[in-house]
Design a protein around this ligand. Structure first.
Ligand SMILES: C[S@@+](CC[C@H](N)C(=O)[O-])C[C@H]1O[C@@H](n2cnc3c(N)ncnc32)[C@H](O)[C@@H]1O
Length: 276
């Protein structure tokens, strides 16, 4: 390990950061790319931001998601590794749809991580991504260019499906993927309040029970899905029973699946629109 790496790692370790040497490595690499001539000072400044509690992805400005390098910018949630379960499950649903040129909606797209990764891994897919906030739409558009999928990914803005009204997608969409805000307002005011220190409230605030957006999306996705099309959500720990109930109540979905991660926790719920 060179002396800069040791210095940064020691700084991070002293601040209680658990994977100090791994993070130090990523900071030094990012500094070398950002400022080759001046990378030592840039790496030290990055380490100070990290020590102040800024998430690593914001500090270095990049994150890898489903093997795809993405730009990370404040105003949009930094993509989480846990969301890869939703992305890979969506890819399976797209393959299973049998469509040659599948049409996908990424609702609540944030940085555009799901839209860009799906387009990258499925080269004939066309994706419409949408988010409410200016910050997310701006970062998602940067990622569409960065990943090189601007010919197949459109980024729109609006309250849920309002931004997608003018694309002729009604009844034609094979898969809707959605990682909504799903933390209850009570938790955000208490034990999960730390989340709001650096990332936007819109990324987390799921209303009084953490289910407000899912409750709307199960209904509002229906006019866009083709018969047999699939809606998939990432969910919070322990939400599977309530989210399954939201699908059941609408009565227009079948084949409702609960998908668990490697630790056995259900983090994705999907349902297929009846009629095919
Ligand atoms: C948990 S983040 C997910 C971001 C991204 N898809 C990901 O996987 O990292 C939830 C996103 O929902 C967006 N959002 C919240 N309310 C919305 C609404 N009413 N309409 C559209 N997007 C909304 C937020 O701005 C935020 O980007």
């Amino acid at each position: 390990m060179n002396s800069l790496l040791i210095e940064i790692s020691t700084t991070l370790d002293g601040a209680g950061i658990s994977q100090a040497s791994r993070e130090a490595d990523r900071i030094v690499q990012a500094a070398k790319v950002a400022a080759p001539a001046d990378h030592e000072d840039v790496a030290r400044a990055m380490a100070q931001r990290r020590v102040a509690g800024v998430p690593l992805a914001y500090v270095i400005g990049h994150e890898t998601f489903m093997g795809v390098d993405l730009v990370v910018g404040e105003g949009a949630l930094a993509p989480r590794e846990e969301t890869e379960l939703l992305g890979y499950t969506a890819l399976e649903a797209i393959r299973a749809s049998g469509a040659d040129s599948p049409k996908i909606i990424d609702m609540c797209c944030g940085s555009g991580n799901l839209a860009c990764a799906i387009a990258h891994h499925f080269p004939t897919a066309k994706v419409w991504a949408s988010d409410l906030t200016d910050g997310c739409v701006s970062v998602a558009r940067r990622n569409v260019m960065h990943v090189g999928v601007s010919d197949r990914v459109v980024v729109a803005q609006g309250d849920l499906f309002a931004g997608l009204a003018d694309f002729g997608l009604e009844g034609a969409v094979d898969v809707v993927v959605c990682n909504p805000p799903y933390i209850s307002q009570g938790k955000l005011a208490t034990d999960r309040a730390v989340l709001l220190e650096h990332e936007p409230r819109e990324a987390f605030d799921g209303g009084p029970y953490g289910l407000s957006i899912q409750q709307r999306v199960v209904k509002e996705a229906l006019p866009f899905l083709r018969p047999g099309g699939t809606l998939l959500f990432e969910i919070g720990l322990g939400q599977e029973r309530q989210v399954k109930m939201l699908f059941d109540r609408v009565k227009e979905y079948e084949d409702i699946r609960l998908i668990a991660n490697a630790a056995g926790e259900v983090r994705v719920v999907s349902g297929r629109k009846r009629g095919n």
